[in-house]
Design a protein around this ligand. Structure first.
Ligand code: HEC
Length: 489
């Protein structure tokens, strides 16, 4: 509303953020937060395996170094780029919500940035000084200490970001008493942290197991020892993952069901919850199965056997993020801002006056007899485009066709009647933020999209249009007028 609307009509705007963010989270959890402590722990084990006149078991150390090399390359390239990519995509697609979050979490993000830079410096030191540190025992011990510092720094970045993720789902008492501490201590913060931490360790474990089997030869003692150690790691973290998942799972419905207005909507959410449960059990138990085999029959483990647990654990986290995104709807920030970037408290005004009147970026500022199509397009951009496209993923034409008769021409009257009530029953959608004339204009536009097969262009191709009430000229004119009036008095 306060920003021009960037729009991707085939991909769907949310998918752009989702794709980048999911990749980032998988790399962050599996190859940084969980992986660094695993690698450091394994490096430390090398010291204990060494002979009396050795600093460390050099063959073992070499393999652990190789594992770290994979993590180093991926985290500092795709990991770092997708991290920045989240900022780019989110500020294009959801600028108002990012704006609000920055205002609330300014100092948290400030701190996070410092910790992140520290993390980057430490990962450089840790990886690049590895070989050199094998020259003396003191250097090696110092190197291992850097590994642990790095592990702590990676985890601290998680503790900060999780607060923001939890906040978006359920801000708790922040809505009545907005400040940083209340935002930070939201009801989902601890459960989500208690789940993500061991989940990261578990993912790192299965991925580490895969790498360890790839980097060692079948039948060697070093492979068996590595498989055994990493299996222990997985088995250690698995129960914490389950515990965290249950705690988190219990925390969401309580936080979210409170604002679910109808039972039908709950059904939709319930389906996702149901699936999530199986994904958690499946993802964790597959990892545990391979780890138990690894612990007792390390000899039999081969790389291809570990591929499935890795895929499952990573896919599970991806699915988890999807559910987390979905249950938050219709809000982008719980009970505060809807996913179409409109504030809940402003809704009544839009429904009374119409949204066009208050929009900063629109080519028309009210519905008239001859601008209905254009008005409809502007309303679609403001009210629906963050979740729907014209012709692509979750297309508004498709959802209406599915609801009424497939393939038949859509009825403008039926749609006009439906739109003001769309949040009843489907409470993943916000209420319609407009008046009756606007609902009709929107319906006419949707029918036009169906007939023409036209795809919708965002400001990046169409250019920015400013509400004629808010142009510089209009504002100056208005000021002059009020000044004149005052002079008259
Ligand atoms: C917060 C995101 C969001 C916003 C904003 C939103 N929708 Fe939806 N809408 C959805 C989702 C998600 C679905 C379900 C899609 C599915 O089931 O595949 C949906 C489904 C629908 C359906 C089908 C409902 C049914 O019962 O099958 C219609 C019609 C619809 N949307 C119209 C609109 C219109 C018109 C607007 C703008 C005024 C809008 N939506 C705004 C997310 C949103």
């Amino acid at each position: 509303m306060d920003f021009p609307m960037f729009h991707l009509d085939w991909l769907n705007n949310r998918m752009l953020i989702a794709g980048i963010a999911t990749l980032h989270v998988i790399i962050n959890h599996g190859l940084a937060v969980g992986f660094i402590p695993l690698v450091t722990w394994l490096e430390q084990k090398g010291l204990r395996r060494s002979g009396t006149n050795q600093i460390t078991d050099l063959e073992w150390d070499e393999k652990v170094y190789k594992m770290m090399k994979v993590a180093f390359i991926i985290t500092t390239t795709i990991g770092a780029m997708t991290g920045v990519g989240i900022w780019f995509s989110a500020s294009l697609i959801s600028p108002s919500s990012i704006g609000s979050l920055i205002r609330v979490f300014y100092w948290a993000w400030f701190t996070e940035w410092i910790v992140f830079v520290t993390e980057v410096i430490l990962i450089m030191i840790y990886f690049l000084s590895w070989k050199k540190s094998n020259s003396s025992l003191r250097a090696k011990i110092r190197h291992i200490r850097f590994g642990w510092f790095l592990a702590i720094a990676s985890w601290i970045t998680m503790t900060i970001i999780v607060a923001i993720l939890g906040f978006m789902m359920d801000p708790g008492n922040w809505n009545s008493n907005p400040n940083l501490i209340n935002g930070f201590t939201n009801p989902l913060y601890l459960p989500q942290l208690a789940f993500r931490t061991p989940m990261a360790m578990l993912m790192a474990g299965v991925f580490g197991l895969l790498l360890a089997t790839i980097f060692t030869k079948y039948g060697t003692k070093i492979r068996q020892d590595a498989v055994k150690s990493i299996s222990k790691w997985i088995i250690l973290w698995a129960p914490f993952t389950l515990f965290g998942a249950v705690w988190y799972y219990k925390a969401i419905p309580e936080g979210m069901t409170a604002n679910m207005s109808t039972a039908v909507g709950t059904m939709d959410f319930a389906q996702y919850y149901g699936l999530l449960k199986y994904f958690i059990i499946g993802g964790v138990s597959l990892s545990v199965v391979i780890a138990v085999i690894g612990l007792f029959k390390a000899k039999v483990i081969r790389p291809y056997m570990v591929v499935l647990p890795v895929v499952f654990a990573f896919a599970f986290l991806g699915f988890f993020e999807r559910v987390r995104e979905f249950v938050r709807k219709p809000y982008v920030i719980g009970q505060y801002m809807y996913s179409n970037l409109l504030l809940e408290e402003d809704m009544v005004v839009y429904q009374q006056d119409g949204i066009l009147k208050h929009a900063t970026y629109t080519s028309v500022n009210e519905v008239t007899d001859d601008n209905k199509l254009e008005a409809g397009k502007n309303i679609f951009m403001l009210a629906c485009s963050r979740c729907h496209t014209g012709q692509g993923v979750n297309s508004v034409v498709d959802v209406f066709e599915r609801m009424y008769n497939n393939g038949q021409p859509l009825h403008v009257d039926m749609m006009t009647a439906y739109i003001p009530n769309m949040h009843f029953g489907r409470n993943y959608m916000p209420p319609f933020p407009g008046n009756e004339a606007e609902a009709e204009a929107l319906a006419i536009y949707i029918r036009h999209l169906q007939d023409s097969g036209e795809s919708i262009e965002g400001v990046q191709t169409e250019g920015v249009m400013i509400n004629s009430d808010y142009t510089v000229k209009a504002v100056i004119n208005k000021q002059n007028k009020t000044n004149d009036n005052e002079d008259d008095k």
